[in-house]
Every structure is written in structure tokens, then in C-alpha cells.
Design a protein. Structure first.
Length: 382
């Protein structure tokens, strides 16, 4: 039997929140049919795909430690809060902050999922109250506040972006953490401009390759540092003008030799430690130094006179604790200014290796070995 019901709740098929007619199917003579109908209506009202389970697989990091502490486990599927979408995860990206959280050095901010993982691609399967940008069945990629190493994750709707045309779910999952981070720090905070000279450390990392490509696409001259010749070539292929092997070259001297002894206008640093003083030396007058991580120490002896005599700006940020409104603003700018570059092939994610979700421990070991070039990914579902 086919029953038509007019309601003012979210449509099960499209997620719209307006008066609509839902067409519902059930066997009228079946015992408990009225109860089944009420369950269907409840799912319609909550904007939820009825095939979503209540229990999911995820990667547990226990009390923390080395990569081998990561192990598959099960927990309840999260419910989307107001303004959130529930995503059935296809792929998740592996990032340095994930390793820091696993080892106990980077706890999630208040209210965030304790599950590791900061970026996903997948399909919307449920809508929290007030969601207007997405419908059930939409495919997207998203910057999460945590929870990506799982089959389902709840994400603020403004932190999700549609998948660039022509991109696979795997490619899309490699975008959010790197592109949000680079946009926030190189372009919003660092204000890199066309024809400026830009140095990025860790050039062959996901962040580094993204920064190289975007800086090149927006007209800057790009320097980077790497640890071997293969990584240097990968960076040149991505758009770096000069790739510096820090094991055989002094990046300050190379920068000065190629800038008429003036230095670069901006440095993006994730190393810290011994690089802090040398970054100041490599900067030109009125240069900007943006710190996004400390792979070495966050403490060093630095002569800050250079900061004053060159009128330098030293700033930094972390992405995860920023507000949903800040991240939504970044998403809008990325969709307007960067997604066209992705769709045109001017920039692209570089994916090094894909592991199954249950092999997250191997993915973390590879990340910490630093032998990779580009992104390490987890396959969660087909």
C-alpha cells in the first residue's frame, strides 16, 4: 500500500525542512504496521537515513603511546548536534596532529570527539536540527574536530565542502586539513602576495606540497627545504622554484644567494628549534614568519634584535581549536578561490599510500618515519 503524508519535518530523501509530501511504503496488514509507520515518521522527522546502524567501528588509541597502541574497536554512532551533519566516512587523512594526539601531546579541545582524525570524505546520512547547506545523500569532504578514524563522524555543516568536480572520494579526503591550514596561515594570516618570495619548510609533507602549489598558483616565488634529492624533485614538480636539501645545504645561504641578499618575504615553519634564529636571518625587511608546529623543540635561544631591526612579524596559529564560524569562513573562501584551481588541475593532492582503517598503526609508523612524499590515507569504506 502507498500512503501519502503531508508534514513539516525534514524529508528523508532530500533533507529539506519545509512542508512536503512524503511517500511511505509499508504492508498495511502486517502486525505492528502502525508502530513501523511511526518509526518511519520519526526517522523522517530527524532527517536520518534509516540504514544507519547504531554501532560503528573506529580506531582506539587507548591511553596513548607508540603507533602500535592503535587498534580497531567499536562504539556508538554519534548523533549530529544542531548545525551538524552525520557523515558515513569513505576515506580519512592521516596528519601529524593525529600522531601527537595518539602520543598524548595534543588532546582534543573541549567538546570534540576523543577519536583521532581531522579530515574525511563521505556521504551525508543524517542532518542535525537547523542544517540548511546539505541533504541526505550528498557527497562531501570535511574538516572535522576529531573523530575521522571511524565509520561515521558528525561535522559542523560549515566545515564541509562539496567534492571538486572530477575528484574521487580518496582525492577529496586528502584536501581539508592541508588546504584549510595553508589557507589560514599562508594567505589569511601571512598575507602572501603575488611576486613575493616564500620559503616553506617540510616541503614534501602534505602541508608543504599544498603550500608550494598554492603559492606558485597565486604568483609567488617558492623556496622549500627537504631531506633528500627525491623529495627535492617532487617539490620542483609541484611548483617550487628552488628546493634546498637541508642535509647538504644551508637554507639561509641559498635564500640569500637567490634573493640578491634581501631574503624572503614570508616563511612557513613547522620545525622550530634550531630553525627559529635562522628563519629570522632568512627573512627580508618587513618579512613575516608564521609558525604552525614544532617538530623540533618549541624552546630555543634566539637573538630577537633581528626581529626589531628588520621590522619582522612573528605569528602562528593552530587550526583545531578555532571556532566553527572561523572554519566556515575559510571553507567559503576555499570554495570560491581554491576549488576552481583544483578543478582546473592547477593544484592537486599528492597521495603517497593508502591503508585500510584497521592498519592505522602502520599509517602512523610511516608518518613518523618521514620517508613519505605527500599524503597518507585511510580507506574506511568502499
Amino acid at each position: 500500500m502507498i500512503k501519502q503524508v503531508t508534514h513539516t519535518h525534514r524529508c528523508l530523501l532530500c533533507g529539506s525542512a519545509s512542508d512536503a509530501t512524503a511517500v511511505l511504503f509499508w504492508q498495511c496488514g502486517k502486525k505492528g504496521a502502525s508502530l513501523q509507520f511511526r518509526k518511519i515518521m520519526l526517522s523522517v522527522q530527524k532527517g536520518k537515513d534509516m540504514s544507519t546502524p547504531t554501532v560503528m567501528n573506529f580506531i582506539d588509541h587507548g591511553k596513548g603511546g607508540l603507533p602500535e597502541v592503535l587498534a580497531p574497536s567499536q562504539c556508538a554512532v554519534p548523533h549530529p548536534a544542531p548545525g551538524e551533519v552525520l557523515v558515513r566516512v569513505a576515506y580519512a587523512g592521516v596528519n601529524r596532529p593525529d600522531c601527537s594526539q595518539r602520543s598524548g601531546r595534543y588532546p582534543p579541545p573541549p567538546g570534540a570527539s576523543p577519536i583521532i582524525g581531522l579530515e574525511v570524505s563521505g556521504e551525508v546520512v543524517a542532518l542535525g536540527e537547523g542544517v540548511t547547506q546539505w541533504r541526505i545523500g550528498d557527497q562531501l569532504c570535511a574538516l572535522t574536530n576529531g573523530g575521522a578514524y571511524a565509520e561515521y563522524v558528525a561535522v559542523p555543516e560549515g566545515q564541509a565542502i562539496s567534492i571538486p568536480k572530477g575528484f574521487s572520494l580518496l582525492q577529496a579526503a586528502a584536501l581539508p586539513e592541508n588546504y584549510f591550514t595553508v589557507w589560514a596561515n599562508v594567505f589569511q594570516r601571512g598575507k602572501l602576495q603575488k611576486d613575493e618570495q616564500f620559503l616553506v619548510h617540510g616541503g614534501s609533507s602534505g602541508i608543504g606540497l599544498t603550500a608550494i602549489q598554492l603559492a606558485h598558483a597565486f604568483g609567488a616565488k617558492v623556496f622549500c627545504t627537504v631531506g633528500n634529492d627525491d623529495k627535492a624533485q617532487a617539490c620542483r614538480d609541484a611548483g617550487a622554484d628552488i628546493a634546498i636539501n637541508y642535509n647538504t645545504q644551508d637554507f639561509v645561504e641559498v635564500v640569500m644567494a637567490n634573493t640578491h641578499r634581501q631574503g624572503v618575504n614570508m616563511v612557513l615553519d613547522m620545525v622550530g628549534g634550531s630553525y627559529m634564529q635562522r628563519n629570522l636571518q632568512a627573512l627580508a625587511m618587513d618579512g613575516r614568519l608564521v609558525q604552525i608546529a614544532f617538530l623540533q623543540s618549541s624552546k630555543a635561544e634566539v637573538d630577537w634584535v633581528t626581529l626589531m631591526t628588520k621590522r619582522l612579524t612573528y605569528t602562528g596559529s593552530t587550526l583545531r581549536p578555532r571556532s566553527a564560524a572561523d572554519k566556515a569562513k575559510m571553507a567559503i573562501e576555499l570554495k570560491q578561490l581554491v576549488w576552481p584551481l583544483l578543478e582546473a588541475g592547477a593544484v592537486k593532492p599528492v597521495i603517497y599510500k593508502v591503508f585500510d582503517l584497521a592498519q592505522a598503526n602502520q599509517a602512523h609508523a610511516l608518518m613518523e618515519s618521514s620517508v613519505h612524499i605527500g599524503k597518507i590515507m585511510l580507506k574506511v569504506a568502499d
